[in-house]
Design a protein around this ligand. Structure first.
Ligand code: NAD
Length: 431
């Protein structure tokens, strides 16, 4: 099939590459000309495992191309995906200006029947707005589809190729058949394609992110109660996770969730529910707990040192989760800002996010090229992201490099017994 994907970010680029991998003819569009130029040179604007090779392979096979020319790509395509950003407005609502702007551009370029697919995470009711808008601009027939994306950054290619399920919101059979055909190769392993109405499909994405964030905030609170009683959250987590009704995933406490999706999607769900007169109380608590968890972690450091002034703090991990360079809403950002406000000196390392961190913090922090060089002369190390390379370090070397052997582990990647044996003063979450 001939596909156009508008927006070549984390979602659009992965979507475009994976659809091309299955033999479709894909054009990815972005308004950012520099991004398009770099993609044409084979340089990825983001880090995502497996993506670069897949893009290179499909470009070589001439199944994947990049352009800023939206009208040309739309004219050639039968299915057009909208995968642009939906950042958050001050009041928490989703900013739909990119999505609606692109819908208008698509409508103006149409030369025949198109399936226009909302891939961006958009509030319930957006597909209907997109339909009305396009109807005003064109006389050509078209269908609007909602196809929320559930990929996880850090495993995006894998998730897209082998999804747990594909959700498709449709209004007519023509679009339904085309979408099922498009996704058939990705669901050969038995993953279901769930076809439903537009508003239900739109809500699926928000409900999925909301329940995941709720589990995180819930476990952070369980961890805090564990600390109050001297209980071990790992034991509690494993025991409750063994219950099949609960399951073991997403039960890890830490320093709060971040990323480009959970915080903004929760705010948007609270906002659009509120617009319909519904007060989403659980999610308001989830947000409050998440903010408090970040502050709580720094308070542990303050309690240990008395004052953080002139302390040198090493930070391992800056991205909001491992295997991505994305620092949007990463818990490391407020953490570092608090350390800087307390006049601490920060020496940070991240395997992929250094360029992003450089843009965010400039010269306010030192960005090390290697994990161990961040430790030189440090009064303490903070683990902010659980990259696998931090899991089995040379503790002897760490002790030698650090001024004092103190670790604040915001991701519980070491065991308290192991740390004690290694001679570290060790703080973690809920243990
Ligand atoms: P992103 O910021 O990485 O990418 C968006 C891209 O769209 C950018 O490259 C931007 O230049 C481009 N763009 C914006 N306006 C444009 C226009 N008018 N024409 C052409 N290109 C335009 O965003 P993302 O992380 O890929 O997220 C996209 C959407 O998918 C959001 O709604 C997000 O909530 C949702 N989503 C994201 C994830 C994720 O893990 N990142 C997962 C599922 C869903």
């Amino acid at each position: 099939m001939k596909i156009a994907v508008v927006g070549s970010g984390y979602v659009g680029l992965v979507l475009g590459a994976c659809l091309a991998e299955n033999g479709n003819d894909v054009t990815c569009i972005d308004k950012d000309a520099a991004k398009v130029r770099s993609l044409r040179r084979g340089v990825m604007p983001i880090y995502e495992p497996g993506l670069e090779e897949m893009v290179r392979r499909n470009r070589a096979e001439e199944r994947l191309e990049f352009t800023t020319d939206l009208p040309r790509a739309v004219r050639a395509a039968s299915i057009v995906f909208i995968a642009v950003g939906t950042p958050q407005h001050e009041d928490g609502s989703a900013d739909l200006s990119h999505v609606l702007g692109v819908a208008r551009d698509i409508a103006k370029a149409m030369n025949g029947y198109k399936v226009i697919v909302d891939k961006s995470t958009v509030p319930v009711g957006t597909a209907a707005r997109v339909r009305e808008l396009i109807q005003r601009e064109t006389t050509h027939a078209f269908s609007v589809v909602s196809n929320p994306e559930f990929l996880k950054q850090g495993a995006a290619v894998e998730d897209f190729l082998k999804p747990d399920r594909v959700v498709i919101g449709v209004e007519d059979d023509r679009a339904r058949e085309m979408m099922i055909e498009l996704y058939a190769p990705f669901t050969r392993t038995g993953a279901p394609i769930m076809v439903m109405d537009l508003v239900s499909a739109e809500l699926c994405k928000y409900a999925a992110n909301a329940i995941l964030a709720t589990r995180i905030s819930f476990m952070n609170e369980v961890a805090n109660v564990c600390e109050a009683f001297g209980a071990d959250v790992d034991q509690v987590r494993k025991a409750i996770g063994a219950d099949r009704r609960i399951g073991p995933s997403f039960l890890f406490p830490g320093i709060g969730f971040g990323g480009s999706c959970f915080p903004k999607d929760i705010k948007a769900l609270i906002k659009f529910s509120g617009d319909k007169g519904y007060d989403f109380q659980t999610l308001k608590a989830v947000e409050r707990v998440n903010e408090a968890q970040k502050v709580r972690f720094v308070a542990k450091m303050e309690a240990h040192f008395g004052s953080l002034k002139n302390r040198t703090i090493a930070v391992w991990g800056l991205s909001f989760k491992p295997r991505t360079d994305d620092m949007r809403e990463a818990p490391a950002i407020p953490l570092i800002n608090r350390l800087l406000r307390a006049r601490a000196k920060v020496q940070a390392f991240d395997p992929q996010a250094k360029p992003v961190a450089k843009r965010l913090f400039g010269n306010k922090i030192t960005l090390a090229d290697k994990s161990y060089s961040a430790l030189k002369g440090a009064d303490a190390l903070v683990i902010a992201t659980e990259w696998s390379e931090f899991r089995e370090p040379d503790f002897g070397r760490m002790r030698k490099l650090m001024k004092t052997p103190v670790i604040f582990d915001g991701r519980n990647i070491y065991s308290p017994d192991q740390m004690k044996a290694q001679g570290f003063t060790y703080y973690s979450v809920g243990r």
